[in-house]
Design a protein around this ligand. Structure first.
Ligand code: 5GP
Ligand code: ZN
Length: 137
């Protein structure tokens, strides 16, 4: 499969690796948004988180916590993000968690600043979406 992150896992392309487990790998993002911007990936290729086994997702999140702890000994806080699917802005179709060190003067703003328009929903529409989600398997 022609996947950049699978090639990093197999060692076919280089990366600045920080730490790994049997199932997960953490390395620096090649185009960092801030100093220390790290990606944590499962070693198995999954496009989306809901495809992952419990063992792989648990291991991935544990490594993300470990690296976040390291980063937050150097930087005050982090943005922790997953783009799940091409339509959400995911450019590499291999699950990855972004760990992006943040500080109060970085001007990146809250998560709401990602979206320029804010939809308004009626109570009926909110009830409908919550009911639909409750009844969706
Ligand atoms: P996405 O947009 O899919 O959420 O994030 C993909 C991330 O992978 C981007 O932040 C991008 O900078 C990073 N990236 C793309 N290609 C490479 C690469 O070859 N090596 C590393 N270390 N990071 C990469
Ligand atoms: Zn892959």
């Amino acid at each position: 499969m022609d996947c950049i992150f699978c090639k990093i896992v197999s060692g076919n392309i280089p990366a600045r690796k920080i730490e790994e487990t049997q199932k997960s790998l953490a390395f620096l993002d090649a185009f960092p948004l801030t100093k220390g911007h790290t990606l944590v990936i499962p070693k198995t290729h999954y496009a989306k988180i809901q495809e992952m086994t419990k063992e792989d997702s648990s291991d991935l999140f544990e490594l993300a916590k470990t690296i976040t702890n390291k980063l937050e000994s150097l930087f005050p806080a982090s943005l922790i993000a997953i783009h799940n699917g091409k339509e959400s802005g995911q450019e590499v179709p291999h699950v990855h968690i972004h760990l992006i060190p943040r500080n109060s003067s970085d001007k990146a703003g809250p998560v709401h600043s990602l979206f320029t328009s804010r939809p308004k929903f009626t109570d009926m529409e909110l009830d409908e979406i919550v009911n639909t989600l409750r009844n969706t398997k």
